[in-house]
Design a binder for this molecule. Structure first.
Ligand SMILES: *[C@@H]1O[C@H](CO)[C@@H](O)[C@H](O)[C@H]1NC(C)=O
Length: 317
């Protein structure tokens, strides 16, 4: 995580080192955009869907995060904050991009969301991916997050959803190469374990197909009547979706390091699944002590802010 403050500290430390011993080459701080340096090991992701004047606040308002996801790119084009960003004058966009890059915060667009049903509505995965990848590039973004929520298609269990997401992801990566662009997915937690409700395997299958093309998963641990205690969130999910607590998921072939714990900012930001950030922080700390370091995702700004993520890190990051 590179907050603006930390970056200043590391520059100072590097200069101090150089003056003490000029034989040792001081490390040059890397000021290039985060995405160009490879994906961060621990990701702190905030979605922004509610309208913000100027699209993004001062980067200092998002201290503690390293990715902001502008929502949404839909089948009908950019809406809400993705559209807001796209409408900024080029110079304003460039200045914001620079400010955020210096603060270590990548800016991505999030695709689809709860209202799009790409497979059920027979969208073309290749054409859709090409359109969205072009949007990312022409709007100076660091990448794309795939918030595929075609529940009906996953529930049909005929493999069409998995095939659609696979093709979509392959096409996106063709235009947005790894380590140059961020490509994440935001699956519902129940999709990360075998379950009779998703006979074609949901993200267990998608991960087998294209997991190597995906940087990490912003897992939605909410809206399922589960995951509201540390035990249920990280140890044992139980309920209708057993095997989908954080530490259980790797049994299904999806690596722990790819799992980012996603939560609503407030109880009003989801149907259920909310945990206050301080309690969440205790779960995060426990999971970190067991070798996980994936990070935290929150839906959404401005209901979550810098102090929210500071609490949710539980002092572990
Ligand atoms: C999670 O499981 C471990 C044992 O594997 C236990 O020590 C820990 O207390 C559990 N965490 C919670 C919050 O119940």
């Amino acid at each position: 995580m590179f907050s603006f403050t930390r970056m200043i500290t590391s520059v100072t430390a590097a200069l101090a080192l150089a003056s003490i011993n000029s034989v040792l080459a001081a490390p040059t701080p890397d000021m290039s955009p985060l995405a160009a340096r490879g994906v961060p090991t621990s990701r702190f992701v905030i979605y922004s869907d509610n309208w913000v004047t100027g699209a993004l606040p001062a980067a200092t308002a998002l201290a503690g995060y390293n990715v902001v996801a502008l929502s949404f790119l839909t089948l009908k084009g950019a809406v809400d904050q993705a559209s807001n960003w796209a409408s900024l004058p080029a110079a304003t966009k460039a200045a914001k991009k620079d400010e955020y890059a210096k603060a270590g915060i990548s800016i991505v667009a999030s695709a689809f969301g709860a209202t799009d049903t790409p497979t059920t509505s027979n969208a073309d995965p290749v054409g859709t991916a090409n359109t969205m990848a072009a949007f990312v590039k022409s709007n100076s973004l660091d990448g794309i997050d795939v918030d595929y929520e075609d529940l009906a298609a996953m529930n049909r269990g005929d493999g069409a959803a998995e095939k659609w997401v696979t093709s979509f992801t392959q096409t996106l990566r063709g235009t947005l190469p790894k380590r140059q662009f961020i490509l994440t997915h935001a699956p519902l937690a129940p999709w990360l374990a075998p379950n009779n409700q998703f006979k074609a395997g949901a993200y267990v299958t998608i991960h087998k197909n294209v997991g190597s093309l995906i940087d990490w998963y912003n897992v939605q641990f909410y809206n399922q009547g589960l995951y509201t205690t540390c035990d249920g969130l990280i140890n044992t999910s139980g309920g209708a979706f057993p095997g989908t607590a954080l530490l259980e998921i790797p049994k299904n072939g999806i690596p722990l390091d790819m799992l980012v714990i996603g939560k609503p900012a407030t109880a009003a930001d989801a149907s259920n699944g909310f945990m206050d950030p301080a309690t969440l922080g205790t779960c995060v700390k426990e999971a970190k002590s067991k070798g996980w370091n994936g990070g935290v995702m929150v839906w959404q700004y401005p209901h979550a802010d810098a102090s929210w993520i500071a609490s949710a890190k539980g002092g572990a990051f």
